[in-house]
Ligand binder design. Structure first.
Ligand SMILES: *[C@@H]1O[C@H](CO)[C@@H](O)[C@H](O)[C@H]1NC(C)=O
Ligand SMILES: *[C@@H]1O[C@H](CO)[C@@H](O)[C@H](O)[C@H]1NC(C)=O
Ligand SMILES: *[C@@H]1O[C@H](CO)[C@@H](O)[C@H](O)[C@H]1NC(C)=O
Ligand SMILES: *[C@@H]1O[C@H](CO)[C@@H](O)[C@H](O)[C@H]1NC(C)=O
Ligand SMILES: *[C@@H]1O[C@H](CO)[C@@H](O)[C@H](O)[C@H]1NC(C)=O
Ligand SMILES: *[C@@H]1O[C@H](CO)[C@@H](O)[C@H](O)[C@H]1NC(C)=O
Length: 383
């Protein structure tokens, strides 16, 4: 019997004792190492932490803690957002044979002139203040006149509590766009710390995130990958989007299916190992805590409207957007197919340790030394 399995096999019977608790602590610490898990360090270097699961949205319970939005589309889409019963009744939401979660626009009804197309917009009942939000999906909506988004929205008065558009695009675009909308006093810092391209407005980088200014453009970053939105994203099996929101700012990563990191698949995400994000809002020019408050998670699919409607004529799509809306065959790809969405929160491992780096090293060493002592003690007292 190895040292570790000895400890592991002793744990279940001894859990209620002090020795058992120490043993459990040691197992927890060792399993971090044994699983090859990377511990994360805060940017100021004073805390070590891991991202631990807070909420899982998947399978048959996916919609249980979401509200179905039924008002008019604030972005002026030609859409009729349906309530929960209508959405289930018309098969706009359902679960596939593989237990993936489906959310889609109506692709069966031929519409008369001027009637909006049925679709779905859902909003999480739970509100978050910081976290790591990860979405694994096989398909995301696209098509002429289609405008989907996976985003988070602050409670209270828009845009003062912020909006984070993590996944968004229109028509047959191939590049996902990440956008922030905030109150005044928040700008995007142009740096080489992300791989995407800052969206321009009249030939100028649009760095102002103020949602009350310049026609509500917000500040946006377009991904470089051609597989981050649209037909190519779906064709290669979808992938994973991740948004990290903490004191260090707000960062977004995306991974096409074959590139999804192992730590995401095993549920132990370590963003520090993912390389540069595609988009990043640095805290130096936009406080991520005060500008983003009480965020719900939203999925929607709208049609035409402020983005897909206004860009339609120059998109290469045929005819006009309102004409396009009438034929259900145009909306077979207006569909989300989701494997899971998970929200992780920080769990600090060594508390806050202040002082110089050598003091920090000593403190960290002390934690490992005490863990080792606890390990030896529990091993020998078990015998
Ligand atoms: C370092 O950052 C963490 C959050 O990541 C914070 O809790 C802590 O107070 C900070 N420590 C110092 C010394 O600024
Ligand atoms: C619009 O959605 C509501 C439910 O939210 C539904 O009752 C109604 O039938 C829909 N309208 C049309 C024209 O389908
Ligand atoms: C279920 O999974 C299998 C194998 O991964 C795949 O071939 C099939 O198309 C999936 N079915 C659905 C409804 O997604
Ligand atoms: C509508 O979409 C669903 C889901 O993708 C698909 O199974 C169905 O065949 C489509 N219906 C039509 C008439 O295209
Ligand atoms: C955020 O939510 C909390 C709890 O509901 C509430 O007390 C607070 O006023 C909200 N903050 C804002 C800015 O809306
Ligand atoms: C704007 O942001 C700066 C730095 O984040 C802060 O010092 C200042 O108080 C803010 N001003 C307003 C009006 O919120």
């Amino acid at each position: 019997m190895t040292f570790l399995s000895r400890i592991a096999s002793s744990s279940s019977s001894a859990l209620m004792t002090k020795q058992g608790l120490l043993t459990a602590l040691v197992i927890a610490l060792f399993s971090q190492v044994a699983s090859g898990r990377t511990l994360e360090t805060s940017s100021n270097g004073s805390t070590t932490f891991v991202w631990t699961i807070q909420d899982t949205y998947a399978g048959q319970t996916f919609f249980d803690t979401f509200d179905f939005y039924v008002g008019p589309d604030p972005t002026n889409g030609l859409v009729n957002y349906t309530d929960r019963n209508t959405a289930f009744g018309q098969n706009l939401v359902y679960f596939s044979d593989n237990n993936t979660v489906i959310m889609k626009g109506d692709n069966t009804t031929t519409l008369p002139d001027g009637q909006n197309r049925n679709s779905v917009r859902i909003s999480s009942q739970k509100q978050y203040n910081t976290g790591l939000f990860i979405l694994d999906l096989d398909r995301a909506p696209w098509g002429c006149g289609v405008w989907p988004a996976w985003w988070t929205l602050g409670g209270g008065q828009w845009p003062y509590t912020g909006e984070i558009d993590i996944f968004e695009g229109v028509h047959d675009n191939e590049h996902n766009q990440v956008t922030w909308h905030t109150g005044p006093n928040c700008t995007l810092t142009p740096t080489d710390q992300f791989t995407g391209t800052i969206v321009e407005n009249n030939g100028q980088l649009n760095l102002n995130c103020d949602g009350t200014a310049q026609g509500n453009a917000g500040c946006g970053i377009t991904e470089w990958s051609r597989a981050s939105y649209g037909p190519t994203f779906d064709a290669q099996g979808g992938g994973v989007f991740a948004m990290k929101w903490d004191e260090d700012g707000i960062a977004v990563w995306s991974f096409y299916r074959a590139a999804v990191p192992q730590d995401i698949q095993t549920g132990q995400p370590s963003p520090s190992t993912w390389g540069q994000p595609v988009a990043m809002l640095l805290p130096t020019s936009c406080d991520p805590i005060t500008n983003f408050v009480n965020h719900s998670i939203i999925f929607d699919i709208t049609f035409c409207g402020d983005w897909a409607g206004n860009s339609y004529a120059t998109s290469g799509c045929p005819g006009t957007c309102p004409d396009r809306l009438k034929d259900p065959a145009n909306f077979v790809n207006a569909i989300w197919e989701i494997n899971w969405m998970k929200v992780y929160k920080k769990q600090v491992l060594n508390g806050v340790i202040t002082g110089s780096s050598s003091e920090r090293t000593q403190a960290t060493s002390w934690i490992w030394l005490s863990s080792l002592v606890a390990l030896c003690w529990s091993f020998f007292s078990w015998r």
